[in-house]
Design a protein around this ligand. Sequence first.
Ligand SMILES: C[S@@+](CC[C@H](N)C(=O)[O-])C[C@H]1O[C@@H](n2cnc3c(N)ncnc32)[C@H](O)[C@@H]1O
Length: 232
Amino acid sequence: MDTSRGKTLVVGAIGLNQSQIPPHAAGPFDPRTLFATPTNAFEIEIGSGKGTFLVQQAVRQTETNFLGIEWTAEFWRYAADRIRRRELSNVKLLHTDATEFFRFWLPDQIAGVIHLYFSDPWPKTRHHKRRVIQDETLPHFHRVLAVGGELRLVTDHVDLWKWYQDHAARHANLFAIKPFVSPDSAGLGEVVGTNFERKFARQGRPFMAMTLVKLELPVAPDSSLASTVSPS
Ligand SMILES: C[S@@+](CC[C@H](N)C(=O)[O-])C[C@H]1O[C@@H](n2cnc3c(N)ncnc32)[C@H](O)[C@@H]1O
């Protein structure tokens, strides 16, 4: 049990640690099985922070299960406690590195949306490898998204925005770029209404947003046919 400003934080059944997930060697892990209604629509938020997007949106989208992934223990505990207090049964929070979880655990085509809002910009060149969007992570986001699924990106950081645009252009075979549509939980004039957005809005910072829509890859030629069909 932990505290934040004197308030007792209880993770309860909302929060999971990586140790509660089967080892990678056991094969893919499907987080939809964590929910009472695993067949419901499923969305993932990477870097949930204090959980503001999840608590605002999950109450409006009750037929969707949400998995938040947060690697800072303090924020993970805080967000899990908030969700537990609101009795939101359609949200779970995993304490781990989302990029590793996508790469080694998540099965194909399970998520309708991946949300990535105000991701850490890691401005120093030597730290760029820590950014969530990478040439190596985009194919995993594509793989985990269901047909027509969306990766939604919002940032206030001009250099990170350029990074997103460059990565989207390099992976135009995987994703089409579409305008970002705010969730219905966003307040007046807000893009999403996360904690960081509200903090940056008070500083007058501009926001940039895009939606990357999953494209289907061309089907590889069936090699079994190759041996049965002779050139004329
Ligand atoms: C700048 S904060 C934004 C939080 C929230 N999305 C918001 O807009 O208020 C970025 C969050 O992403 C988390 N984070 C960064 N990289 C992560 C990763 N690879 N896996 C999980 N969480 C990550 C950080 O711990 C931090 O809480």
